[in-house]
Design a protein around this ligand. Structure first.
Ligand SMILES: [Zn+2]
Length: 269
């Protein structure tokens, strides 16, 4: 992996014949009580010592990823658009910074249908923000949820069910990672980088203590199992990891440290 280009809103890395571009949608913050112990209760203060806190809340960056190669140009997630917290919805600015265009996108795949991944799929007028995307891949388990969102009406004709093992473009494979949502998906790029969506919400706590869950995990126990399994697999396989809520630049290596893990962000150097 080689860092090709870096701006304050984006980083592009080369992986074989594909390139992966992290695009920042901005940053918000969430209450400390969103981190949950194995008992399902908010973590006690002493367990939050290493947390990344801004104004008394947990820092939450939001990212989407573009994967470009001979098989097409795939957006993985679309940021929040104007549908969630005001500091978000910066995807367009990030694409400009990275020197890429929404018009170049030939397919979109969602890790799941929560608003911070889905909202940016449409613009203010309800038009698809990626006009040349022929397919929008959504996990079979979450198609109904997607269709229940009135803003997404114009995207319906392009909707494609996504299952484990499917390849939205050549070189990208969907992997089940359920728990945060019923059909939550990760994507393995070139067999070397796992773009894992919302497997981790707060790296500073959930890498050293991967058993810690998030208040919005649909099924806390299943989310924990998926995180533990994929973190172990990533270390064993030597995968690079990338995530929607990982610290800057959202791409890095994972190492085993003690009973847990550590995240080592990629750098241009
Ligand atoms: Zn999210």
């Amino acid at each position: 992996m080689r860092v090709v280009r870096e701006t304050n809103l984006s980083v592009e890395v080369e992986l074989g014949e594909l390139s992966v571009i992290m695009l920042s949608d901005g940053e918000t913050a969430m209450p400390l009580t969103h981190l949950r112990g194995v008992d399902g209760e908010p973590l006690p203060d002493e367990a939050l010592g290493g947390a990344d806190v801004v104004d008394g809340k947990l820092r939450l960056p939001v990212r989407a990823f573009m994967v470009r190669g001979p098989g097409g140009c795939l957006m993985i997630d679309a940021g929040a658009g104007d549908a969630w917290h005001a500091p978000l919805g910066r995807l367009e600015a990030a694409m400009m910074a990275a020197g890429v265009s929404a018009r170049a996108v030939t397919a979109v795949a969602l890790t799941h249908t929560h608003v911070d991944h889905l909202g940016g799929l449409v613009d203010r007028d309800g038009e698809c923000a990626f006009p040349n995307a022929r397919q929008i891949f959504v996990a079979t388990e979450e198609l109904a949820e997607f269709r229940a969102e009135p803003r997404m009406l114009r995207a319906w004709p392009r909707l494609m069910p996504l299952e484990q093992g499917d390849g939205p473009i050549r070189g990208v494979t969907a992997i089940n990672a359920p728990g945060h949502s019923p059909g939550h998906m990760a994507f393995l790029v070139e067999g070397r980088m796992l773009i894992w969506g919302d497997l981790v919400h707060h790296a500073a706590v959930q890498f050293p203590r991967p058993e810690v869950t998030w208040a919005f995990d649909d099924n806390q126990a299943q989310a924990r199992m998926s995180r533990l399994a994929l973190m172990a697999q990533a270390v064993e396989a030597g995968w690079i990891v990338a995530g929607a809520h990982l610290p800057s630049p959202g791409i890095g290596r994972i190492e085993r440290v003690g009973e847990g893990y550590a995240f080592r962000p990629v750098t241009a150097g």
